[in-house]
Write a protein that binds this ligand. Structure first.
Ligand SMILES: [Zn+2]
Length: 155
């Protein structure tokens, strides 16, 4: 794939470890644009959109934030959610202005024990950039996993 200078710069920023420990790409050798395209297709196959997914993630983070550090049952007792605050701020690698609190939200599906975690920056990157991070990146979110945890109870 021939890269435009802009795409090349994006890849460099996402692979660098300056913004987050380990970078956003993990061991993934694909270009970020390819990762985004493939994850969007995976979401579409599940009948899901980045907008709807990001809204659900925001809802759960907002539900958990007032009781920081405590599990809260939700989704009629199918899920529980917890948010934890860490010192520091995260910035968008696409260099959007502003900072994201280093808050980590974890959701557990009580029947299956499956868990998924995200930061506020993950929500932004999914909503605005369609980016779920590279394979093995610390906060890589697998589209099929998060959809099955957050939405399965609705089916
Ligand atoms: Zn951004």
């Amino acid at each position: 794939m021939k890269q435009s200078p802009r795409d090349k710069k994006l890849e460099e920023v996402l692979r660098s470890t300056q913004l987050v420990a380990g970078g956003f790409m993990g061991s993934d050798s694909r270009h970020p644009i390819e990762i985004i395209e493939q994850d969007i297709i995976a979401l579409e196959d599940l009948g899901m959109t980045t907008t709807r997914l990001a809204e659900r993630m925001t809802e759960l983070t907002e539900l958990a934030t007032p009781r920081l550090g405590n599990w809260i049952d939700c989704a009629f007792g199918k899920l529980r959610v917890k948010s934890e605050d860490y010192k520091g701020k995260l910035v968008c690698p696409w260099s959007h202005p502003g900072h994201f609190d280093k808050r980590i939200t974890t959701v557990e599906h009580l029947e299956t024990g499956q868990q998924v975690s995200w930061t506020d920056l993950n929500i932004h990157m999914i909503a605005v950039h369609g980016f779920f991070e590279g394979k093995d990146a610390f906060f890589r979110i697998e589209p099929s996993e998060i959809v099955s945890i957050l939405f399965e109870q609705e089916r």
